[in-house]
Design a protein around this ligand. Structure first.
Ligand SMILES: [Zn+2]
Length: 278
């Protein structure tokens, strides 16, 4: 499937990470609901642009956050691959995404991805006019976004791995810690000539989050190279358990594939300090 993104506004820069997250969002929403030879076009616009479309095509004289225009026709354009189904256009207002990200307390890129998923489900025929339909659509969206969040976090851990300092073991590790509100803190392992002083990627990410004043964690991705995933060491499990005993753990290999575990499953009984003078 193909996702074509065009940036038709000038207020927000669309970097590679945002583009790749939007592509992943549309592809995840399409998976299972459309054939492989499908194209979706995503236009990123401003308030005026989407206001105009909303007025002309839906009779609503105000800006909105996302619009979807299904096509359902064979794309006849010259030079296009025959048999590619152009599913339609998703139009997203980036200024609306900026406002809603602040309102919902998550990241801007995440809000754009959420809108892209919503628009893509409209292209697939879902709508939310009736309560029952709205519930069905919301359920599908939530499932896609949960999987997308894990994939995105695993990728962030893989990117953090690139900074690992592991000249002694050669075992490079990256970690990405998602906290409520959507911020992500990353870490990598940092070794030392005095071997015992090595710091793991997971604890580096925890220290970074706590230093920023954050002590609640939602999920942690740990990425390694090669074809096998790795579990956090016992010391890291203990440190993570201090803040989030039920933490969701995403264990990724070097190919970007991952399994999901929970901290309480790996460390059911962590050490807790019971002071004798209390
Ligand atoms: Zn560790």
């Amino acid at each position: 499937m193909t996702v074509a993104i065009s940036n038709l506004q000038e207020t927000v820069t669309v970097d590679e990470r945002l583009a790749s997250l939007v592509t992943m969002a549309v592809e995840s929403a399409l998976a299972g609901g459309a054939g492989p030879r499908v194209e979706v076009s995503v236009a990123l616009v401003d308030d005026d642009y989407i206001h105009d479309l909303n007025r002309r095509f839906r009779g609503q004289d105000r800006p909105t956050d996302v619009l979807a225009f299904p096509m359902g026709e064979e794309e006849p354009g010259a030079g296009d691959e025959p048999g590619v189904l152009l599913l339609g256009d998703v139009v997203i207002s980036l200024p609306a995404a900026v406002r809603q990200a602040a309102e919902y307390g998550h990241g801007f890129a995440w809000e754009v991805a959420r809108l892209a998923v919503h628009g893509t489900f409209h292209l697939l025929g879902y709508d939310h006019e009736r309560d029952e339909d709205a519930r069905r659509m919301q359920e599908r969206e939530d499932a896609v976004l949960a999987a997308l969040s894990d994939t995105e976090l695993a990728e962030r851990a893989g990117a953090a791995l690139q900074n690992a300092y592991a000249p002694y073991s050669g075992f490079r590790v990256g970690a990405a810690l998602l906290v409520p509100g959507g911020r992500v803190f990353t870490g990598c392992n940092v070794e030392n000539a005095s071997y015992g002083l090595a710091v793991c990627a997971e604890r580096a990410a925890v220290v970074s989050a706590v230093a920023a004043g954050v002590r609640e964690f939602t999920a942690l991705a740990v990425a390694v190279e090669g074809e096998k995933t790795a579990l956090p060491c016992g010391a890291c499990l203990q440190v993570l358990s201090e803040f989030a005993p039920g933490l969701r753990l995403i264990l990724a290999d070097g190919r970007g594939e991952f399994t999901v575990r929970t901290l309480s499953e790996l460390l059911p009984e962590a050490f807790r300090l019971h002071r004798t003078d209390a």
